[in-house]
Design a protein around this ligand. Structure first.
Ligand code: ADP
Ligand code: MG
Length: 368
């Protein structure tokens, strides 16, 4: 047991490594999930998300390192507590529903176990099924449900449980957009009410940034960046991280006198002053990240519209410039046609420099 000072962590991974027969799937990951916090594990397929979750749940032992749950060490390479001994609710890609139980009983069961009356458990379960649009299937067993419907029953059951840690492995992969939104909203509300923590694996950056308090970016089993969604979006550690977390243009430009959070950037002979970190290198040919909202149409710079895409609430303009192509996103319908010369300006940038200062570290991320 550890002292109370650390009891705000529902999960702590210490230098966790997990191998399959010599194949390294998780590589020295250290990570904490605090009470009431949802951490998204974001990474492409094969980056080790499922392996990490299975190790936390107790289905796989660590090769090296330790897993701690609520200040209790539950797994080392020598000794791992079985899944039943861990206060963890799991929603994996395979739903693992009880074959003999109806959808309603499946969801009511964990509510009954919390001590609710049969009636109250039924009502709450029915309400959850209704939220996920499957109340009309309440009496069916898994064999009588489609894959997507089974998935929703599994999600309702997980939401109904009161665990100190929830593990989700791409739970919305087979849901349509609307049900997915309902589920994610419900997850946020319940998490706030219960104080449980969550570890949520997804390869979908928009989902990860939209739902998590912090995002852990995984590449080939390694934690490459850990931070708030805003940090990952605005201050990616490298180009790979930038591309994985949203639309990313890179301009190569000369930077002059960076200070006070601003710097002068020279693009095609014209100087613009932009928001940039204080340690932006002052030299020629600096690769500068530009997110779609960081550049605007209209201004002192010139370019040619390569393409215009109408996306409903906004339009994406791809502008060919002397320093590279830049994607500009503006609200409303198209204002210019592809092929025309346009003026534009840059408001903000983030230098893409190999920098150890941005290394993933659980210690220097302050979420309080
Ligand atoms: P993700 O969930 O991010 O897609 P996984 O954790 O499933 O990633 O896989 C991580 C790595 O481990 C991949 O290289 C994958 O091929 C490998 N892997 C996963 N499961 C097994 C297994 N049962 N046996 C051997 N290698 C595996
Ligand atoms: Mg997976």
């Amino acid at each position: 047991m550890r002292p109370d000072a650390t009891s705000t962590d529902v999960l702590e991974l210490r230098d966790l490594t997990v191998d399959y027969d010599g194949v390294r799937a998780v590589d020295r990951v250290s990570l904490r999930v605090r009470r009431g916090e949802v951490v998204a594990l974001l990474g492409p397929s094969g980056s080790g998300k499922s392996t990490l979750l299975h190790t936390v749940a107790g289905f796989l032992p660590p090769t090296r390192g330790e897993v701690w749950l609520k200040g209790r060490r539950v797994a080392t390479p020598e000794r791992a507590e079985p899944p039943e001994g861990r206060d963890v609710a799991v929603v994996f890609q395979s739903y693992a529903l009880w074959p003999h139980m109806s959808a309603l009983d499946t969801v009511a069961y964990p509510i009954r176990r919390k001590g609710s009356s049969r009636r109250a458990a039924r009502d709450e379960a029915l309400e959850l099924l209704d939220r996920l649009h499957i109340a009309h299937l309440a009496d069916r067993r898994p064999a009588e449900l489609s894959g997507g419907e089974q998935q929703r029953v599994g999600l309702a059951r997980a939401l109904a449980r009161q665990a100190s840690l929830y593990l989700f492995d791409e739970p919305t992969a087979h849901l349509d957009t609307h049900v997915r939104g309902v589920f994610l909203d419900e997850l946020v509300v319940r998490r706030e009410a219960s104080g449980g923590g969550g570890l949520y694996a997804t390869h979908d950056a928009e989902e990860a940034l939209g739902l998590a308090d912090r995002v852990a970016l995984l590449d080939a089993g390694r934690l490459v960046q850990l931070g708030t969604p805003q940090q990952l979006y605005s201050e990616p550690v490298d180009l790979w991280a930038a591309r994985l977390t949203g639309p990313a243009s890179v301009l190569e430009a000369s930077v002059r006198d960076a200070r006070d959070g601003r710097c002068s950037v020279i693009i095609d002979g014209t100087v613009v002053t932009v928001e940039a970190p204080a340690d932006t290198p002052v030299r020629d040919a600096v690769p500068l990240l530009v997110r779609p909202g960081w550049a605007r149409l209209g201004g002192e710079l010139t370019g040619r519209l390569q393409s215009v895409r109408f996306r409903g609430p906004h339009c994406d303009y791809s502008v060919e410039t002397a320093s590279g192509n830049v994607l500009i996103r503006e609200p409303g319908p198209p204002r210019h046609a592809a092929g025309t010369d346009v003026r534009w300006t840059l408001k903000r940038t983030w230098p893409m420099i190999p920098a150890s200062r941005y290394q993933a570290s659980d210690k220097d991320v302050d979420v309080s």
